[in-house]
Write a protein that binds this ligand. Structure first.
Ligand SMILES: Cc1ncc(COP(=O)(O)O)c(C=O)c1O
Length: 309
C-alpha cells in the first residue's frame, strides 16, 4: 500500500499542474477541521492496448453525488477532470496506477457552516500494488469483526465518500491490526454485516452468491457492481440485496471482499474461525479470475468499463 512520492512529481490542483511539494493547503482549511471533503479511489490498469482507467464514469458520477449533501459545488465539469487525470497519467508515464480525486471546502472563515469556504479540487496519481498484501489475492486474508459499528445513513450519508466519515474505517482498521488481523468486517447498527473499512463483502453458500444490500448502510461500491455483473454473466445467482447476520460469516462456504483497493480478495478466516477450507474457494476463484481477465483484456461486452489513457 505504501508508495514513494518521489515516484511522482506532479499533482493537479484547482486547475493547475503543480510540483508535488507545492500542492499544499492552509492549516485552517475547513475540511481539515470538520472533514468536509469528498473523494474517490480509482484504478488505472495496464491492458493489452495500454493503460486504461477502470469505470472512470461511474467513479466520476459518485464523486459529484458525494458532494451534493454538503452543498459542495465542484467547479470543474467531468470533461475537465477527465482531461486532467489522463494528462497526469501521461506525464508520469505510468502504465498502471491509483487515482485519487478529492474536493473539499478550503479556508475563508472557520465555523461549522462551510458555505463561504472556497471549493478546492485536486487529483493525484501514483503507482500502487495490491492492497491487502502480495499473497492475499490467492491465499485469502484473516479478518476480525470490529467492535466499531458502521454509522447509519441517518447520521452521515453512507452513499457519499466523505473524508471525515472515514474515521469510522480508520478505527476499525486500527483495531483489526491490533488484534493481528489483516482487515476488519464492520457490522451496522442492527448488528448485521455492513462491509469492510474500504471494501464490500460477498458470501457464497450452496453455489449462490450473496452481498449485503445498500439498505444495510454500505457504500455502493463500483467493484461490487462490477463483480455482481461478472458473476451473473458467468451464470451465478447473485442476491444483491442480502441481509447477512454475523453468525452467517462463520458458516459461509466462501467469503470475499471487493473494492478498488482490495480488488477481489478472498477471506480465509473470521475471528480465527476458518471459512471453508481456509483458502480461496472455487466460486471466488472463478469470479476473481474472470474479473482480472476482463481488466487485462477488455472484452467487447465490457468495453464501456474502460477509458483509455
Ligand atoms: C467503506 C467502503 N466500502 C466499499 C468500498 C468499495 O468501493 P469501490 O469498489 O467503489 O472502490 C470502499 C472503497 O471505496 C469503501 O471505502
Amino acid at each position: 500500500m505504501a508508495f514513494d512520492e518521489m515516484d511522482v512529481d506532479t499533482i493537479w490542483m484547482d486547475g493547475e499542474f503543480l510540483d508535488w511539494e507545492d500542492a499544499t493547503i492552509h492549516v485552517l482549511t475547513h475540511a481539515l477541521h470538520y472533514g468536509t471533503g469528498i473523494f474517490e479511489g480509482v484504478r488505472c490498469y495496464e491492458t493489452d492496448t495500454g493503460p486504461a482507467i477502470f469505470r472512470w464514469d461511474a467513479h466520476l458520477d459518485r464523486f459529484y453525488e458525494s458532494a451534493k449533501p454538503y452543498e459542495l459545488d465542484i467547479p470543474y465539469d467531468p470533461e475537465e477532470l477527465t482531461e486532467a487525470t489522463v494528462e497526469l497519467i501521461r506525464r508520469e508515464e505510468l502504465s498502471s496506477c491509483y487515482i485519487r480525486p478529492i474536493a473539499f471546502y478550503g479556508y475563508k472563515r472557520l465555523g461549522l457552516n462551510p458555505s463561504e469556504g472556497p471549493p478546492r479540487t485536486a487529483i493525484a496519481v501514483w503507482p500502487w500494488g495490491t492492497y491487502l498484501g502480495e499473497d492475499a489475492l490467492e491465499q485469502g486474508v484473516d479478518v476480525g469483526v470490529s467492535s466499531w459499528r458502521k454509522y447509519s445513513s441517518s447520521q452521515i450519508p453512507t452513499s457519499s465518500k466523505t473524508t471525515g466519515a472515514y474515521v469510522n474505517s480508520v478505527l476499525a482498521s486500527l483495531e483489526a491490526r491490533r488484534h493481528g488481523y489483516v482487515e476488519a468486517i464492520v457490522l451496522n447498527d442492527e448488528g448485521n454485516v455492513a462491509e469492510g473499512p474500504g471494501e464490500n463483502l460477498f458470501l457464497v453458500r450452496d453455489g449462490e452468491i450473496f452481498t449485503t444490500g445498500l439498505a444495510e448502510g454500505i457504500l455502493d461500491g463500483i467493484t461490487r457492481r462490477s463483480v455482481i455483473q461478472v458473476a451473473r454473466d458467468l451464470g451465478y445467482t447473485v442476491h444483491d440485496e442480502a441481509t447477512i447476520s454475523r453468525g452467517e460469516l462463520y458458516t459461509a462456504d466462501e467469503l470475499f471482499f471487493t473494492g478498488t483497493a482490495a480488488e477481489g480478495t478472498p477471506i480465509r478466516s473470521v475471528d480465527d474461525t476458518a471459512v471453508g477450507e481456509r483458502t480461496r474457494g472455487p466460486v471466488t476463484e472463478d469470479v476473481q479470475s474472470r474479473f482480472f481477465e476482463i481488466l487485462e483484456t477488455q472484452p467487447d461486452e465490457y468495453a464501456d468499463w474502460f477509458v483509455p489513457v
